[in-house]
Design a protein around this ligand. Sequence first.
Ligand code: EPZ
Length: 427
Amino acid sequence: MDKIVIHGGKRLSGTIPVSGAKNAALTLLPCALLTEEPLTLRNLPRLADIDGFQHLMNQFGISTAIAGSRPEDFGRVMTLQATRITSTVAPYDLVRKMRASILVLGPMLARMGEATVSLPGGCAIGNRPIDLHLKALEALGAQIEMAAGYVKAIAPDGGLPGGRFSFPVVSVGATENALMAAVLCKGKSTLHNAAREPEIVDLCNLLTAMGARIEGIGTSDLTIHGVPRLHGATYMVMPDRIEAGSYACAAAITGGEVLLKGARIEDMEATVQALRDTGVLVEPREDGLYVAANGPLRPVTLSTAPFPGFATDMQAQLMALLCKAEGSSVLTETIFENRYMHVPELNRMSAHIETKGRTAVVHGVDTLTGAEVMATDLRASMSLVIAGLAAEGETQVHRLYHLDRGYERLEEKLALLGAQIERIGAD
Ligand code: EPZ
């Protein structure tokens, strides 16, 4: 098992490139199902989840070609082509490793008139049901059957009519599945209380580039006029706002600075506001976002919320930063029911965090101490790295497969900023 070893206390300073957004890429990749023509995605991050999704697409008979990129490059170009789809089934052994596989349900249904996907099940941060995905597809005219741990969606007489759905709870994935099904419906569809995350806008922009007709992009009310077919496209994946926010916290906790090359402030206003509220300097630059520590850290009180609110995917990373604030912060996690698993590990590093239900009180401490810690989920693992960068002594982060799902070449990027960090593979 790989682990990362960090010798904390180094002030980080420098420039790092922000990679393509994992959570955009995972909804752009299945769009290849919606056309027989080639879809080329640029700036795809090199991540385990992207590799997993590529394998899933190959499972359906979709060709995937990685354009030549030098080993030192960040990001890749992938061309996918679904000329002929040889299977409409996403099997258990692939879906259980990557729950984002559920995002093939809508596009596969739209293209083939049917789709069968293994139920993704829960994960460390919550039980993560898919009821809203299924209700939205039913509203567009799909018939839904459940059997033997699989969900099967069927379009009557081979094509979805379209329809209207209002989401009782904002759901990123369910909005994405509904959008990718609606674009090829026979008629018009409207989605209300839809998710507005930048990754949804990226999906709408790609679908539009493929010939889809979508109104209300960026708002929670979307109107999709179905078209008979979509064509191929070449599209640049948006920069990863969560990766950018994570490295901002990393630089700030060390009293340092970082230019996040490619970051777009409009994608991450709530994160920027939270950083500014802690006393960190954040300035947009023409080529990205400049972040610098600017005196002692102040405590903050905030709740996670759907976009444009503070992203749940930034909660663990901000919590690590707040461990060094002068005072007590109060964080409330409103999206997932079990997203505080980084807390016991941070407390083993001499943090002082108390949780009660969905609320965490982070009492700032003067010193964090290095320790052997264990990653439990993707963003929790990044919070441990952030704490390790500021901690006295050595921190070892185990179970790196969590980290590798969402952070492209993390130790190389942090080393660019002067961190003393190395990955040690299993001997
Ligand atoms: C996406 O997950 C992201 N993943 C998550 O990022 C992110 O935390 C989440 O959106 C919220 O922003 C990808 O994009 C691949 P949701 P998703 O549907 O779509 C409930 C990371 O760290 N819900 O918006 O699964 C659900 O339980 C990952 O990069 C239902 O009840 O999230 C949750 O409480 C973690 N029924 C809330 O809605 C449903 O059918 C929001 O979930 C679907 C969701």
